[in-house]
Design a protein around this ligand. Structure first.
Ligand code: G3H
Ligand code: 13P
Ligand code: ZN
Length: 317
């Protein structure tokens, strides 16, 4: 059942975080639904601009609609990840999305507020909620590259003003994470101090943590042993998700770790079985491994086991 992102946040806020997982194809979608149903977790399925153009955006929408029928017990929201204004407005108009992200964080403050406000006005007319971003995460977001030196943490006072002025419904904050497989080089980690200050100024307001993959060392090692060449570096410690959730992080974005699962499965498969060429053979292994990975992440996020509670909340309305 597709529900509003808002309704998921209402149940989760301050207690647990909802996993927001990116999809690009059928196998990822199957693994995602299987993992969430097995762990009895609500979730957010995210589509990036790149994912929309990888095959054809209607293909992804059709896959999601089919998955909704195949897994009638699943409860989830559909979200545009890192949209620009044009894409966000397109998704609002399409009527398929539960929420959209307008990422104008590369613009100056006034430009970010203005773009976000325009999307909010269109989205709210249709009951769609809007995630915006303030501060700069390191790494790569779509075609926007931010090096570590230019990444800057969200200013809590600015965050409050931004929410008031833009009318957004949730806020992606820069609290030390970055996108991709190359995150913390040393002993840095999440800036809980900044998060606590943001929560103080924006009580009960859902915050979003991007760049939340863990980049597990053993996964990177297996990929490299099977012919890969991934540098890897420490990612987000998944044992910190619970503390982040208490401090208002209600949505946790994870994409890179899933890509690592895909890479490991396929590299090991073809290394060990060089004569094989049926794409369905590694595909089946990937779907099962991805489901296991998702269920594990949901345990760490605290969303596992919350499906009945969420169902009761969304159906009482
Ligand atoms: O933050 C970006 C997400 O991982 C999506 O990546 O733009 O390559 O689809 P993508
Ligand atoms: P990761 O690259 O850490 O998986 O972050 C994904 C993300 O933030 C998607 O918006
Ligand atoms: Zn992101």
């Amino acid at each position: 059942m597709i529900v509003t992102t808002k309704s998921l946040f209402e149940v989760a806020y301050g207690r647990f975080a909802i996993g927001a997982y990116n999809i690009n194809n059928l196998e990822q979608t199957m693994g995602l639904f299987r993992g969430c149903v097995d762990s009895k977790a609500p979730f957010i399925i995210q589509i990036s601009k790149g994912a929309r153009s990888y095959t054809e955006k209607r293909m992804l929408e059709a896959i999601i609609k089919a998955a909704e029928e195949v897994f009638p017990e699943a409860i989830f929201a559909v979200h545009l990840d890192h949209g620009d204004e044009k894409t966000a407005l397109e998704c609002v108009a399409s009527g398929f999305y539960s929420s959209v992200m307008i990422d104008a964080s590369h613009e100056d403050y006034a430009g970010n507020v203005a773009s976000t406000k325009r999307v909010v006005e269109a989205a709210h007319k249709k009951g769609i909620s809007v995630e915006a971003e303030i501060g700069k995460l390191g790494g790569v977001e779509e075609d926007i590259k931010v090096d570590e030196g230019n990444a800057c943490l969200t200013n809590p006072d600015e965050a409050k003003r931004f929410v008031q002025e833009s009318g957004c419904d949730s806020l992606a904050c820069a609290i030390g994470t970055s996108h991709g497989a190359y995150k913390f080089s040393g002993s840095q980690g999440l800036h809980f101090d900044v998060l606590a200050e943001i929560q103080k100024r924006l009580p009960k307001f859902p915050l979003v943590m991007h760049g939340s993959s863990s980049v597990p060392a053993d996964e990177v090692e297996r990929i490299n042993k099977a012919g890969g060449d991934i540098k890897g570096s420490k990612g987000v410690d998944e044992n910190q998700f619970a503390k982040a959730a208490e401090l208002g992080v209600t949505k946790v974005n994870i994409d890179t770790d899933g890509r690592l699962v895909w890479t490991r499965v396929h590299r090991e498969f073809f290394r060990d079985q060089p004569a094989k060429f049926d794409l369905r053979d590694p595909g089946k292994i990937f779907m099962a491994e991805y489901a296991k990975f998702i269920a594990h992440k949901n345990e760490k996020l605290g969303s596992a086991g919350k499906l009945d509670e969420v169902r009761a909340h969304v159906t009482k309305k």
